[in-house]
Design a protein around this ligand. Structure first.
Ligand SMILES: [Zn+2]
Length: 302
């Protein structure tokens, strides 16, 4: 009796000493998911890196998601003679829960370096424009597997986002447009898109389509970021208007905010759509910031 009581006391004591495990985001680990992608080579549709990335996304999802859905379809390629095969990869957590949100990013990279001075017809590495958003979401999927949130979650990796010629918006965002015409049921009520968030000089302003489609959600995200200590990154001022995957998604019924740093790295220099979009221009601290904000937002949903 005495020893059983002692045992119980000991158990209670150790319970008091051990804090309950809480989800936390590891920016360095997320950064390894960025370089895994850039090591595949460019991931423009039709390339070997593109096929490798789809396989990696699918296999990784099998480890952590409740279900993985792939949507295969034919995409238009303005930079080549033939159509290309495109594939969206969607991780579903609690796939039957009608109360759900969507987090997404594009995984394809631009087939041309049209803003570079050299080798403009060759594909770019896409460390920031492609790999950064995917890296954060892959690590989030890993965390969701361990700490189920109160709501259902779809993590979507879009294909064919960066296929278009400038001034032809309908040639961009082919994966999210296909999804918005073929949504998975139950449909998420709202979503967050992340794109170009790996920049080591990270500064994020309100994106104007987001304020049109989901102004309340945009303010909620900026407030979450400021409360998390990232007031120097999430600036509550009007920024650019960027046609991105959140436009077809919002028009298709999922009001979505785009978290994007469109000045890469700053107003004086540009690595966007050039061969300079490499991992050394990105930082684990930037992935950490976005991961922290998304975690706080997601686990605050009920
Ligand atoms: Zn791009």
């Amino acid at each position: 009796m005495k020893s059983a009581l002692k045992c119980l006391m000991g158990l209670l004591f150790s319970c008091l000493l051990l804090p309950a495990a809480t989800p936390s985001f590891d920016g360095n680990l997320a950064f390894t998911y960025l370089t895994i992608q850039t090591d595949m080579g460019p991931r423009n549709p039709g390339s070997r890196g593109h096929a490798t990335c789809i396989q990696w996304l699918s296999e990784t999802g099998e480890k952590w998601a409740d279900t993985v859905v792939t949507q295969e379809f034919t995409g238009y390629n303005p930079y080549g003679p033939n159509d290309v095969s495109l594939t969206n990869v969607i991780y579903r957590f609690q796939p039957k829960n009608p109360d759900r949100v969507m987090l997404s990013a594009h995984f394809d990279t631009r087939p041309v370096a049209d803003l570079d001075r050299f080798r403009r017809s060759e594909p770019i590495p896409g460390a920031n424009d492609g790999a950064s958003g995917v890296a954060v979401l892959i690590h989030l999927a890993q965390i969701l597997a361990q700490f189920p949130p109160a709501v259902g979650v779809d993590i979507a990796f879009w294909d064919g986002e960066d296929m278009g010629r400038p001034d032809y918006p309908e040639e961009f965002c082919q994966g999210s447009r296909y999804y918005s015409q073929h949504p998975l049921q139950p449909v998420p009520h709202k979503g967050i898109l992340i794109d170009m968030i790996g920049d080591s000089e990270l500064q994020i302003f309100y994106e104007m389509y987001s304020l049109r489609f989901a102004p309340g959600l945009a303010k909620e995200i900026w407030n979450t970021a400021i409360k998390s200590g990232y007031a120097d990154v999430f600036i509550p001022k009007y920024g650019p208007m960027v046609y991105d995957d959140h436009v077809p998604l919002s028009e298709g019924g999922i009001p979505t905010v785009n978290i994007i740093d469109f000045q890469y790295p700053n107003a004086r220099q540009n690595y966007w759509h050039t061969h300079e979009d490499t991992p050394d221009k990105c930082a684990p601290e930037s992935l950490q910031c976005i991961g922290d904000v998304l975690l706080m937002w997601l686990y605050g949903q009920e």
